[in-house]
Design a protein. Structure first.
Length: 507
């Protein structure tokens, strides 16, 4: 609603300006002489909205129009339409020299009142505890199932050493990644700050950096979907051993494919609680079975034969990827960092999350390896049905939850791939099923994920971006240390990838 006209004293007489009508000029638009250039308005509006998003007390959101279109009407286009309509209407121009000033004031007030940017309270951001919990939930995934088997490959000394060293390195690179997000080169127009891993890659290496990260993420998600499909099939086969593995994979594909058809993933977001329940349930049941069983295998009191050092060297590099895959949360850490109430607390979030994750990993790995020793299977849940003294219903319940958890995440994981390959959703899920049939070993796929992707995303690329953006601030010893980390991560990742591809573990 326009503000009422206010009468002001007339200015001194002056020669009238020539009148231009829409009929004389097709591109006619009325612009007062002292009005700010409209070409700068969009950037100013973006600055207002984005700076408010990251401010402490307020946030700007697009207004919802009468038709229910949320934010579809651009403010710049709306102002232009009002200007053109007012300039074309003689009643808006008036008949005296004062009409120019009053009309300009009225339309400025109208713009302020009709702007689609309104002030609302910003939602509460995450506290230190919330951030640490989110980080732990991010790290502690299905890779925990393979850790007892990893200790079987490495022995006690090397297994614990790899887990601690990789965790310390990954936690440090997570801090480097968030430091890159605050670099001036990561700040866009109007103070817009980087909010994703891709933003950091683009700031450091241009569009090629963003494209590289996008490709790596897409392939990683596709491989994760393959691993989850295998995990579901293995869990079903553990419950029904007489079923054919091929038929199980086809059945799994038929169940998972319809979940990729809906455009909205909102319903699937409510199933994240299942993952937490599964992990807690699995750890509790493994410890309960281990402490309540008095005979080997399956007992913590009477451990099965284990090894201090690696028993076999030829397949040892596979353990590199299996250890690293559970420590890669760098694709989501930028979101956790931006959501914190105090960004300076992120170092504590990382420290708490990685400390709790490593403790959880050590408990599961040590308990599973002690219980089954050299008989430890690729997934610790596959060992549970083999012990007759274990509670059968409790074991079946655990395996069922392990099968349900990846099924709820399949559509979310494959979504980035579907975005890049539109209208081929069923084909993508079919490719996942074919790969799962050709490479049925869950451990091999997880090792490939850790070696080929986790080293790049969690260690190599964050360090390269940091050295690129802060080249002038890094001292000589630090520069040498960071390059040693990059080279060692590259060698370990390449070694693990080649070993996994050349000598894959049989299902």
């Amino acid at each position: 609603m326009n503000s009422p006209a206010i009468a002001i004293p007339s200015p001194p007489p002056r020669s009238p300006a020539p009148v231009v009508t829409p009929e004389d000029d097709d591109g006619f638009q009325y612009r007062p002489a002292q009005r700010p250039s409209r070409s700068r308005r969009p950037s100013e509006l973006w600055s207002r909205s984005w700076s408010a998003i990251f401010s402490k007390n307020i946030s700007y959101y697009n207004n919802i129009d009468d038709d229910g279109n949320d934010g579809e009407t651009d403010t710049h286009d709306h102002v232009d339409a009002v200007d053109h309509a007012n300039a074309s209407n003689p009643m808006c121009r008036g008949q005296s020299g004062t009409s120019l000033e009053s009309d300009h004031t009225n339309r400025q007030d109208s713009t302020n009142e009709q702007t689609p940017l309104i002030c609302r309270k910003q939602p509460r951001r995450s506290s230190l505890i919330h951030g640490a919990f989110n980080g732990l939930n991010l790290l502690a995934g299905m890779s925990i199932l393979t850790l007892p088997y990893t200790f079987k490959l490495t022995g006690w000394v090397l297994g614990i050493t790899l887990l601690i060293v990789f965790a310390l390195t990954a936690s440090h690179t997570a801090k480097l990644l968030t430091k890159c997000m605050d670099h001036p080169d990561c700040t866009g127009p109007g103070g817009l700050k980087a909010i994703s891993y891709g933003d950091v890659g683009e700031a450091a290496y241009g569009l090629n950096g963003r494209r590289f990260i996008s490709v790596i993420f897409s392939v990683q998600m596709l491989a994760a979907c393959v691993a989850y499909t295998i995990l579901i099939g293995d869990s079903i086969q553990a419950l029904f051993p007489h079923f054919n593995p091929f038929h199980i994979k086809v059945f799994t594909w038929a169940i998972l494919t319809p979940t990729t058809w809906p455009k909205s993933m909102r319903l699937l977001s409510y199933t994240s609680l299942v993952g937490i329940i599964t992990l807690v349930n699995m750890v509790v049941i493994i410890l309960y079975n281990g402490f309540t069983t008095s005979t080997s295998p399956g007992s913590i009191w009477k451990p099965a034969p284990t090894h201090v050092l690696p028993p076999k060297i030829d397949i040892l590099p596979i353990a590199i990827g299996l250890t690293m895959v559970g420590l890669d949360g760098h694709s989501v850490f930028p979101s956790i960092y931006r959501d914190l109430q105090g960004p300076r607390r992120f170092k504590w979030v990382v420290a708490i999350a990685y400390t709790l994750a490593v403790l959880l990993y050590l408990i599961v790995a040590a308990a599973g390896y002690c219980m089954f020793g050299d008989e430890t299977l690729q997934e610790i849940t596959q060992n549970l049905p083999t012990v007759p003294t274990f509670n059968t219903k409790l074991t079946q319940y655990t395996i069922l939850l392990v099968a349900i958890n990846p099924a709820t995440k399949f559509a979310l994981l494959i979504e980035p791939v579907n975005v890049n390959i539109e209208q081929h959703l069923t084909v993508v899920s079919f490719v996942v099923m074919v790969i799962a049939i050709l490479y049925p070993a869950f451990t091999s796929v997880m090792a490939l994920l850790g070696s080929a992707f986790s080293f790049i995303i969690a260690i190599i690329f964050p360090t390269l971006c940091y050295l690129r953006l802060y080249a002038s601030d890094v001292s000589g010893p630090k520069l040498c240390g960071y390059w040693c980390i990059i080279v060692m991560a590259g060698i370990l990742g390449l070694l693990g990838t080649l070993c996994t591809l050349i000598s894959p573990i049989k299902s």
